[in-house]
Design a binder for this molecule. Structure first.
Ligand SMILES: [Fe+2]
Length: 246
């Protein structure tokens, strides 16, 4: 019990801290601006990562729902996955809601993107858990409505089983005419493999991306946490892709 209390206190200390302020992150900033993607394992406190992972597994086991559909505003790309939407995480999550609004995570994002961030004003985009678990499951090509996303890889399949992240940075989402196939033939696709426990930052609004279909009945679990630019607090955002709310 005592050890548990000490661990809790240590975790709260981490969440209230901002060890990134004033740190030289020149290369992280440069690579993120260049690629729209940056692995941040080396910056993430393992205590935070492990608590996120534990919370995700509990929420997925108890509150997930299967989704199978095509999204028109991303050129009818498919979604075949299970997820836990924001409201369930906010209500039943033991750790994720606290971590999401912590000085620690917002400070981490701000130190790399070099501007102030806020919680996404559209609450459904704050955080979401996604899980592919049947052969053929995929999160098809899309962009995010908001700029800065940390993806936490809670469980990753072997490389042979599919589920790679594919990215095309520096692309613009025209919601009326997404032209995804045209963008794919006109640009190089970057592919990223992840291990369980990896954490990365994605420039989601200008990086066309997808999770390639898994090719076996394996499990791939992520938590998506997303922030908006503070200066865009009053920006109008439409949410055509967001059909995960029931
Ligand atoms: Fe995404």
């Amino acid at each position: 019990m005592l050890n548990n209390k000490i661990a809790q206190a240590a975790l709260i200390d981490v969440l209230n801290s901002n060890p990134f302020a004033g740190r030289d992150l020149f290369w992280e900033q440069h690579r993120f601006a260049r690629d729209g993607y940056l692995k941040i394992n080396h910056l993430m406190d393992p205590l935070v990562r492990d608590h996120v992972s534990e919370d995700v597994k509990y929420l997925l086991a108890n509150y997930s729902k299967r989704r199978d559909f095509l999204i028109e505003s991303t050129g009818n790309t498919p979604r075949h996955l299970s997820n836990v939407p924001q409201d369930k995480i906010e209500k039943y999550g033991a750790f994720i809601p606290v971590a999401y609004s912590s000085r620690y995570l917002m400070g981490l994002v701000e130190s790399i993107v070099r501007e102030e961030v806020i919680a996404t004003p559209w609450k459904w985009d704050n955080y979401i858990i996604n899980c592919q678990h049947k052969s053929g499951d995929t999160h098809g090509w899309h962009w995010g409505d908001y700029p800065y996303t940390i993806i936490w890889i809670v469980e990753a399949p072997e490389i042979e089983a599919g589920g790679l992240l594919e990215c095309v940075p520096h692309t613009h989402w025209d919601k009326k005419n997404p032209r995804i196939e045209n963008l794919l033939i006109d640009n190089k696709i970057e592919s990223y493999f992840h291990l369980t426990g990896d954490v990365y930052l994605l420039k989601a609004d200008t990086t066309l991306h997808r999770v390639k279909p898994i090719t076996e009945n394996v499990t791939r679990i992520i938590l998506n946490t997303t922030w908006e630019r503070a200066r865009d607090i009053n920006r109008v955002v439409e949410h055509e892709t967001f059909v995960f709310r029931d």
